[in-house]
Design a protein around this ligand. Sequence first.
Ligand SMILES: Cc1cc2nc3c(=O)[nH]c(=O)nc-3n(C[C@H](O)[C@H](O)[C@H](O)COP(=O)(O)O)c2cc1C
Length: 358
Amino acid sequence: MDLPKLKIGDLVADIPIIQGGMGVGVSLSNLAGNVAKCGGIGIISSAQIGFKESDFKTNTYEANYRALKNEIVKAKEISGNNGIIGVNIMCVTTNYEDMVRVAIKSGADIIISGAGLPKNLPELVKGYKTKIAPIVSSDRAANLICKLWTSKYNYVPDMIVVEGPKAGGHLGFKKEDLDVEENDIFNIVKKVKMVVKVYEEKYNKVIPVIAAGGIYNGKDIAMSLKSGASGVQIATRFVATDECDADIRFKEAYVNVKKEDICIIKSPVGMPGRAIKNKFLENLDSYKINRCYNCIKTCDRKTVPYCITQALINSVTGDVDNGLIFCGSNVDRIDKIVKVEDLIDELINEVKCYEENI
Ligand SMILES: Cc1cc2nc3c(=O)[nH]c(=O)nc-3n(C[C@H](O)[C@H](O)[C@H](O)COP(=O)(O)O)c2cc1C
């Protein structure tokens, strides 16, 4: 079977693979641009994207707006100026609305928003062609956002990303619900499809549903498509690529990690997260917060054990012993760093082989 294209309204990706947004600084223009060049959708993470700007510490918001614009323009160039480039903007970001506005004006093709429900996103993109996609972890959340957007804005999502419990970074599940069978990604996709069907019929619009979290190989992609998904969002595997924007030591942590070193943390954002157990997580008691970047609406500055901005900047810049390394549940299966093009070719071939052998 040839992989179907992924159609999001008038946006058409040659292959139904979205590279998941990874902050801070893990998916910037190089990774996103190269994925888009190969026919997938490249997603830049907007989280503290200005961390390399010289005025980041004194002028954080402006540094973030400037860097976001530059990264979108660069990613487009890398993709050959016709690739699809999106931006992941977490709803809990303090200046969420302004980040969305900058992304749209800078030419982002799609905005994907999770870590909360993007309740007012339709209002922010009104008048622009930019597509909008919420990330949900249940059919209940899918229904909630569709109901809200239709009643308030007469608008249905252009796409919905369903993120299951095997994903990396922040998770939309309680720790005790992560291994519950009912929360299997393919099961949730099927249930979200049923919700979406009602709105598709009412609005005469196709709403692609995307499976995310633990999608590792061609078999997982084929199973996602079988469960009704129009495509997949993959993040962890794209970290172990030459083009990923993180420092080589971050990528090596992925290659070297063992299953028993993957853990679930309680993030300062207020959600559980999946990360690699390392010296940083073992020594949290001695951590001192020097500065607040005012990055997250839900962060309780007085009680959090560490600053998530600083912890993520440390790891992405190579200080992996003093930083937080987010990862997906299948990270231990990665054994080498490859080129984006080779990874995508491998995935496409695996889908074909899987289909031929069943
Ligand atoms: C290092 C890392 C950072 C991430 N950062 C973000 C983020 O900033 N915003 C977000 O919505 N999701 C984030 N995610 C989640 C991914 O976008 C993706 O949906 C998920 O990890 C997919 O599962 P997989 O990693 O098993 O492929 C992150 C994931 C990883 C591994």
